[in-house]
Design a protein around this ligand. Structure first.
Ligand code: C5P
Length: 236
């Protein structure tokens, strides 16, 4: 169960990130390094978290031409992340080139290939924005399912998705496909700016493989105690 919990390290300094890594790692499986931390302190934070014993999900959401994305992904293999992500909207060729480059780079370095996850439709986008601003006429569930199928066909390992999207994705892609779910709030935590939140137990019941949890742990008065409580509740 511990391995299913990924902590979002949305902080702006190496000291804060490493202190949280140290405090939480007995109770969680991995740490998510996103754009804030990465751009604040640089790529070496991935190696430092790994050196401190933590696995890293590098959440930089690559979206570029196939060659550029593939070369960036090779660099991620060198950093030692266990998971990273791209936008499925980059298309099949981009995802295939990325998967191929990762496989070859991991073999050359003699390290395990990181899992590659795609973002389908950002959960911050409403169906109205999808239609009126982006010109996508398909209903939201259909668009999410379409991009999830494309992700699977391109050979990637899974997608990031809100809990409410899980049934659409399982129907489109089956059970042999990872779903990483943010927007998680234990009953005892504040909602913050998340709108559609689910409890960790609900997300697992829906079929999430990994739960991304940030502020309920990182902003708790006692992060370690909060992580211990979350894990105990999931195991119960
Ligand atoms: O603090 P909180 O638990 O809300 O953090 C959730 C993390 O998951 C943040 O890093 C956020 O950017 C990320 N995320 C999200 N919703 C998405 C995709 C990513 O909350 N649809």
């Amino acid at each position: 169960m511990k391995n299913k919990i990924i902590v979002a390290l949305d902080v702006d300094s190496e000291a804060k990130a490493l202190a949280l890594t140290e405090a939480l790692q007995d109770y969680v499986g991995a740490f998510k390094v996103g754009l804030q931390l990465y751009n604040s302190v640089g790529p070496n934070i991935v190696k430092k978290i790994a050196a401190a014993g933590g696995k890293v999900f590098l959440d930089l959401k690559f979206h570029d031409i196939p060659n550029t994305t593939a070369r960036a992904a090779e660099a991620v293999v060198g950093l030692g992340a266990f998971m990273f992500n791209v936008h499925a909207a980059g298309g099949r060729k981009m995802m295939q080139a990325t998967a191929q480059a990762v496989k070859e780079k991991a073999a050359a370095l003699g390290v395990p290939a990181p899992l590659i996850i795609a973002v389908t439709v950002l959960t911050s986008l409403s169906e109205t924005e999808l239609h009126d601003e982006l010109g996508v006429q398909a209903p939201l569930p259909e668009q999410v399912a379409r991009l999830a199928r494309l992700t699977k066909a391109a050979g990637l390992d899974g997608v990031v998705a809100s809990a409410r999207e899980i049934p659409w994705i399982r129907q489109a892609c089956g059970n042999d496909f990872l779903i990483v779910t943010p927007g998680i709030r234990p009953a005892w935590a504040a909602g913050n700016d998340q709108v559609r939140i689910v409890t960790p137990q609900e997300a697992l019941t829906q079929g999430a493989d990994y739960l991304v949890v940030g502020r309920p742990l990182t902003a708790a008065p006692e992060p370690r105690e909060a992580a211990k409580r979350l894990l105990a509740e999931l195991q119960a």
